[in-house]
Design a protein around this ligand. Sequence first.
Ligand SMILES: NC(=O)c1ccc[n+]([C@@H]2O[C@H](COP(=O)([O-])OP(=O)(O)OC[C@H]3O[C@@H](n4cnc5c(N)ncnc54)[C@H](O)[C@@H]3O)[C@@H](O)[C@H]2O)c1
Ligand SMILES: O=c1ccn([C@@H]2O[C@H](COP(=O)(O)OP(=O)(O)O[C@H]3O[C@H](CO)[C@@H](O)[C@H](O)[C@H]3O)[C@@H](O)[C@H]2O)c(=O)[nH]1
Length: 331
Amino acid sequence: MTILVTGGAGYIGSHMTLELLDAGEKVVVLDDLSTGFRWAVPEEVPLIVGDFGDAALLRDIFARHDVQSIIHFAAKIVVPESVADPLGYYSNNTAKARALLEAAVEAGVKRIIFSSTAAVYGDPEHNPVTEDESLKPVSPYGRSKLMVEWMLEDVSRAHDLAYVALRYFNVAGADPKGRSGQSTPKATHLIKVAVQAALGLRPGMQVFGTDYPTPDGTCLRDYIHVTDLARAHLDALRHLRGGGESLVCNCGYAHGFSVLEVIETVKRVSGVDFPVEFAGRRPGDPAAIVAANDRIRSRLGWTPRHDDLETIVRQALDWERKLAVRNESGA
Ligand SMILES: NC(=O)c1ccc[n+]([C@@H]2O[C@H](COP(=O)([O-])OP(=O)(O)OC[C@H]3O[C@@H](n4cnc5c(N)ncnc54)[C@H](O)[C@@H]3O)[C@@H](O)[C@H]2O)c1
Ligand SMILES: O=c1ccn([C@@H]2O[C@H](COP(=O)(O)OP(=O)(O)O[C@H]3O[C@H](CO)[C@@H](O)[C@H](O)[C@H]3O)[C@@H](O)[C@H]2O)c(=O)[nH]1
């Protein structure tokens, strides 16, 4: 039985592929390499370079490989880009997911795990936010993902296809064995930016907003280690293989750090006091968003192993150094 990983050449998908191989699973990756990297897919894993919305290609993959489960990561993921290009996001994230589901149902695929996002909550009224909080995404990106959750709900009722939708909070860190990490050249994620500033890869950084209703005035987020997140997918797979029902679960640690706390941690771990400028709020940022994680713990038996901001930052630094050497050598 093979697992199809869409987006397996990207940041989270590449960690998933490693986790699946470590667990002895058979994997095939489908990725168009729009933001992913060929080198991020281990040599022993077949990489099909193509579009996950291409019905003919999907039919061919399902005919050649005994795919019983899909882990679907492939998507466009940049919130401001989704505001500028909503149709591009609805096409790539929503319409193509419909095509994937259609091909999966046609081929008799039994299980799908979907990368959803905390962005489906928008600016939540309560924190930690539970899965039952009202869903009010504020960006086309969040809406493009929520629509897929709705499709999954309907499709799973009509067909023999069970799903787990995992709503990721802020994904960070790198493979503890140093095999992969966040490699997108212009990534805007806080930890990536701060780590690049610490390594002198950028002159400094900005803090977006210091007047939020939070203890130090900067935004609070729940940073989850990418390997703990990949393990949540393994737990979801085990749940579905055991006949478990379809589920939606938050993925986070249930506690938040402010932007200033993250920057302070990067400075302490790296030993570098890089320049930080206080700037205005970034449009669309919720003040605070922290995951309630009771459901994933009780229903999937997930337990975090890397819930430590210093470890997350240290591994992000290690990966960024590796990446700098790789980029310098032109590999
Ligand atoms: N990084 C985060 O903090 C975060 C938070 C919440 C949810 N997510 C979700 O996790 C998933 C993975 O995100 P990531 O951070 O690894 O991003 P990424 O950009 O590194 O990975 C996405 C991968 O999908 C591929 N892809 C995109 N469109 C495709 C298409 N039409 N056909 C085939 N391949 C395609 C890209 O080439 C890339 O390899 C996404 O669905 C994203 O929405 C990420
Ligand atoms: O240079 C920077 C970068 C970020 N921030 C702030 O840091 C916080 C975290 O920002 P970022 O790392 O960009 O993550 P989010 O905007 O919280 O969004 C991430 O987490 C969401 C889930 O919570 C996912 O849906 C998104 O895809 C993913 O980018 C926010 O308050 C930002 O304003 C800064 O102050 N300076």
